[in-house]
Write a protein that binds this ligand. Structure first.
Ligand SMILES: Nc1ncnc2c1ncn2[C@@H]1O[C@H](COP(=O)(O)OP(=O)(O)O)[C@@H](O)[C@H]1O
Ligand SMILES: [Mg+2]
Length: 501
C-alpha cells in the first residue's frame, strides 16, 4: 500500500484538460519528482492535492484511506504542506507572524513567545539562520523559501510539495536546499519535487513521474535511469540533443558600451550603480544573477524604457543615452523583452500586424507609405513555420496564441531582422526543450554572423553553454565579468550572492 495515491485524476478548466487520467503513487520517505515541460500539468496536480482545486474526476488515498480534501486547511490537517513557485508570505509581517498566521490554535491572545521558541528550535534543527522577528520583506528570496518550508513543517507536514523550488536560488542555495531535503527524508518525511531540470532530478530524487500534455507517460526509479537524455526523451517524447555546438568567438568592433550607468526605482532607491561593460561584435555576453538584481532595469535603460539617472551608453560609438525606444531600435537593435505579453506583442492585433509593429515604415515592409502586403504575409508565414509558432492563421489575434507560441513569434521576429545588437532577456523562459535548443542555436548563428549579443538569463546551464563571457550582477552592481571557459558554478554562485574573494 502506497503512502499517497492519486488515482485517475482528471482536471478540466473549461476546455483545457490540465490533468488527464493521472495516477501517482508515492512511498513514505522518498523524494518523488514530478517532471514535465511547462504546461504539462504538474502544478495543477499538486494544487489538487493541496486542496486548492477540486479534481473533476478521480480519487486521493492517504495511507490507504480515501480522502476528500476540502481546502488547504484540510490538506494541512492531513499533513500535506506545499511551497508554491510564487511564495505566499506577507512581506510586511515578521517571519514568526507569517508562520503562525492562520493556525487554528490561535486563541484570543497569540502566544508569540512560545511560538518563537518553537520556531527557533526548528530553525536550529534545519540549519536556517532566520531571526523570527525579521520582516519578510528584509529576507532574501532563498530565506523566504526556507521560511515557507519551515511554515509547513511547523504545521507538522509529513508530505512536503516543492513547486520548482530551485528556480529562484543561487547554486549554493540549491546545495543548501538539497541538504535539507535529505535531512527531511532521513526523518521519514516525504518530498514531492516539481522540476523541469533534469540534472537536479538525477541528483536528489528517488523516483520520477513524468507528465506530458496532462498525462503520465512513465514512473521510473532514478537508479535505473542511465542519463539526462533518457529523462529528456520521456519528457519530450522524442530524442533531444542536449548539447549545443559552438565555435570559438571571432570578435569584431565594440558595438555596445555602457559607462557608469546609474538608475533608481519608483521609490528613488538605487537599482543600478555604476554599471560598466561592453559587448563586441561576434560575442555573446551573458548577464547572470538571481532575478531582481538590476538585470531587468539595465535592459530597460539601454532600450529607452527606464530613466537613466547618470552615466551613458553608446551603440556603435553613438551616444544613445537620451534616445527614445524607437530611435534606439533604428541602430539595428533587436530586443526580445522580458515580458512578452506586455512589451513584445500587442494582444489585440493580429500576428501579422505584430510582425510589422516596429518597422512598418521601412522597406521592404512598405514603400512611399504603401504596405507591401504580399511580402509581409509571406514573410509572416515563413517566421511562423521556421519557429514553429502554432497559430490557425496569421490573421489570428496575437492574444489568442498560447504563451509559448507568442514567445516563439517574438523571438523569430527579432532574430529575423539580422540585428547588429541583439538584446535577449530570458529567451528560453517558458519554452520546451526543443524550442529552447533551437533558439539557442539561432542566437549562436547571429553571433557567428557578427552580431553582438547581450543575453540575460537566470539559467546557469544556458549561460555556461551559450555565452562567451558572463557578467554577474548583484544588487544593481556588476560583481565581475568572467570568461565562459574559466567560469565555474561555484564562482558564479558566489558572485550572484554578492561575495567577492
Ligand atoms: N486556473 C487555471 N485556469 C485555466 N487553465 C489553467 C489554470 N491553471 C492551469 N491551467 C492550464 O492547465 C495546463 C497545466 O498547467 P500547469 O499545471 O500550471 O502546468 P505546469 O505546472 O506543469 O507548468 C496549462 O495548459 C495551463 O494553462
Ligand atoms: Mg507549474
Amino acid at each position: 500500500m502506497a503512502f499517497l495515491e492519486m488515482k485517475h485524476i482528471t482536471k478540466r478548466f473549461h476546455t483545457v484538460v490540465a490533468n488527464n487520467d493521472v495516477s501517482l503513487s508515492v512511498e513514505k520517505g522518498e523524494v518523488h519528482a514530478l517532471l514535465g515541460e511547462n504546461g504539462a500539468g504538474k502544478s495543477t496536480l499538486m494544487n489538487i492535492l493541496y486542496g486548492m482545486y477540486d479534481q473533476s474526476e478521480g480519487d486521493i488515498y492517504l495511507k490507504g484511506q480515501k480522502v476528500q480534501i476540502k481546502d488547504t486547511k484540510h490538506a494541512i490537517e492531513l499533513g500535506i504542506g506545499m511551497v508554491h513557485q510564487h511564495f505566499m508570505l506577507i512581506p510586511a509581517l515578521t517571519a514568526i507572524e507569517n508562520v503562525i498566521l492562520g493556525l487554528k490554535d490561535n486563541k484570543m491572545v497569540l502566544d508569540l513567545n512560545s511560538a518563537a521558541e518553537k520556531f527557533k528550535e526548528m530553525a536550529k534543527k534545519y540549519n536556517m539562520a532566520i531571526d523570527p522577528l525579521t520582516k519578510v520583506e528584509d529576507l532574501s528570496v532563498g530565506q523566504q523559501q526556507r521560511l515557507e518550508i519551515l511554515k509547513a513543517l511547523y504545521r507538522n507536514a509529513d508530505i512536503l510539495i516543492l513547486d520548482e523550488p530551485t528556480a529562484v536560488l543561487t547554486p549554493q542555495e540549491v546545495v543548501g536546499l538539497f541538504d535539507m531535503v535529505r535531512q527531511l527524508t532521513s526523518e521519514g518525511k516525504t518530498v514531492i519535487f516539481i522540476s523541469h531540470k533534469l540534472a537536479e532530478i538525477m541528483e536528489i530524487c528517488d523516483r520520477c513521474t513524468v507528465l506530458r500534455l496532462g498525462r503520465v507517460v512513465a514512473t521510473v526509479a532514478i537508479k535505473d535511469v542511465e542519463n539526462k537524455e533518457e529523462l529528456a526523451k520521456l519528457m519530450v517524447g522524442k530524442e533531444v540533443e542536449l548539447v549545443t555546438e559552438k565555435k570559438d568567438a571571432k570578435l569584431g568592433d565594440e558595438i555596445l558600451r555602457v559607462e557608469n550607468l546609474c538608475a533608481v526605482n519608483k521609490d528613488k532607491r538605487p537599482v543600478l550603480t555604476n554599471v560598466n561593460f561592453n559587448v563586441f561584435a561576434g560575442e555573446i555576453l551573458g548577464v547572470c544573477g538571481v532575478d531582481g538584481n538590476g538585470q531587468s532595469e539595465l535592459i530597460k535603460c539601454i532600450t529607452g524604457l527606464h530613466k537613466i539617472q547618470s552615466g551613458k551608453f553608446f551603440i556603435n560609438s553613438v551616444d544613445c543615452t537620451s534616445e527614445t525606444p524607437k530611435q534606439i531600435l533604428k541602430h539595428n537593435v533587436s530586443h526580445i523583452p522580458e515580458d512578452r505579453h506586455r512589451m513584445g506583442m500587442i494582444k489585440g492585433m493580429t500576428v501579422e500586424e505584430n510582425l510589422i509593429l516596429m518597422c512598418y515604415d521601412q522597406e521592404p515592409y512598405s514603400k512611399h507609405g504603401v504596405f507591401n502586403t504580399k511580402w509581409i504575409g509571406q514573410h509572416c508565414e515563413e517566421i511562423c513555420k521556421t519557429y514553429s509558432v502554432k497559430t490557425p492563421d496569421i490573421k489570428e489575434m496575437a492574444g489568442n496564441l498560447s504563451g509559448g507560441n507568442q514567445q516563439k513569434f517574438v523571438v523569430g521576429r527579432e532574430l529575423d531582422r539580422d540585428p547588429e545588437l541583439l538584446i535577449a532577456v530570458h529567451p528560453s523562459r517558458g519554452l520546451d526543450i526543443g524550442a529552447t535548443k533551437y533558439i539557442q542555436s539561432r542566437m549562436i548563428d547571429e553571433r557567428d554572423k557578427g552580431a553582438a549579443v547581450l543575453m540575460v538569463s537566470t539559467e546557469l546551464d544556458e549561460l555556461l553553454e551559450i555565452s562567451d563571457r558572463i557578467m554577474v550582477m548583484y544588487s544593481g552592481k556588476v560583481m565581475g565579468i568572467v570568461n565562459q571557459k574559466d567560469a565555474t558554478r561555484e564562482q558564479l554562485g558566489k558572485l550572484m550572492a554578492g561575495i567577492v574573494e
